[in-house]
Design a protein around this ligand. Sequence first.
Ligand code: NAD
Length: 301
Amino acid sequence: MIIDGKQIAQTIRGELRDQIAALRAEGKRVPKLAVVMVGHNPASETYVANKLKACAEVGIEAERISYDEYVTEQTLLTEVHRLNNDDSIDGFIVQLPLPEHINELNILSAIDYRKDVDGLTPENIGRTVQGLPSIVSATPRGIRELLARYNIATEGKHVVVIGRSNIVGKPIAMLLMQRPYLSLPGMSAASLGDATVTVCHSKTQDLAAICRTADIIIVAAGSPNLVTASMVKPGATVVDVGINRIDDPSAPRGYRLVGDVDFEHVAPIAGYITPVPGGVGPMTIVSLLQNTIQAYHEYTR
Ligand code: NAD
C-alpha cells in the first residue's frame, strides 16, 4: 500500500485550520511564527515563501524578517534574543543555510528551545534524547505522523534507519526507541516508540543483510536505488526520505526527483511504502505548522 503523504498533509492542514478557527471563535490570540531570512538564496526564498503561504492558509500569523547577506553574526544574535523575548511570537526559525561568515551553531544555540519550531537547538535535541517534552524537527515529526496515520505500530518492531544526520537519522532513531509514555505530546494516537532500532550509515557492513531483518526501513541517505527489492522482507514498511535529482531529458525541467529506494521493484513486496515525491516531503511544512501550534499551547499562550 502506498502511503500518501500529500493526502495526509492536506488532511492535517484542514485539521489545523479548524483548530485556529476555533481559537479565533473563542476570541483568543492565534499562534504567530517569525521567519528570519538572510540573503537571497533562491532555494531558501522558495522554502520561505511556501512556509509563509502555508501559515496564511491555516490562519497562523507569520512574519518575515529579512537581512542582507552581509549581516554580522552579532546583529543576527541580537535579533534572536529579541525574538526570544517577544511575547507576541510563539516560534521562529532562522532559515538555513546561513552565509559562511556566520557560525550556524552559535545562532541555533541562542534560540530559546521553547520557540525553536525547527527543533534544531542542541537543547531540543538533548530533550528528545532524554524523552522529555521537546519540539522535534520537521522531517522526523512528519515520518512519525505518517506511521501514526496509517496505524503502523512500532512497538517491538525492528526498525532499520539508514543515515545518521542530525536532522533525520539520529532523531527518528531516538524517537522510535523511546518508551511511548515519555514521548512527545501532540502526536496522533498510535503505538509509536518501543522499537528496536538499528542505525546504519556509510561505513556499515552488509547493509542488505541488516535490512532483510527489518520490519520497518527508514532511509535518508541521498543515494538513488540504495534500497533494492532483495533487501526488503515481504510485508515490511519502507519510508523513503531521500530526494535525488536524476537527469531526464524527457521531463519538463530536464530532471526528475527520485528517492533512495528502487520504488518500482520494492513497492510490490513492501507492506507500506512512501513514494518520492509525495511521501515524506509534503509533511515537512505541515510539521512546522504543528510545531508552531505546539509551542503556542505548551509554552507561550
Ligand atoms: P546527509 O545527506 O547529511 O547524510 C547522509 C547519510 O546517509 C549519512 O549519515 C551517511 O552515512 C548515510 N549514507 C550515505 N550513503 C550511504 C550508503 N551507501 N549506505 C549507508 N548509509 C549511507 O543526510 P540527510 O540530511 O538526512 O539527507 C539524506 C537524504 O534525505 C537526502 O537525499 C536529502 O535530500 C533527503 N532529505 C529529505 C527530506 C524530506 O523532507 N523529504 C528532509 C531532509 C533530507
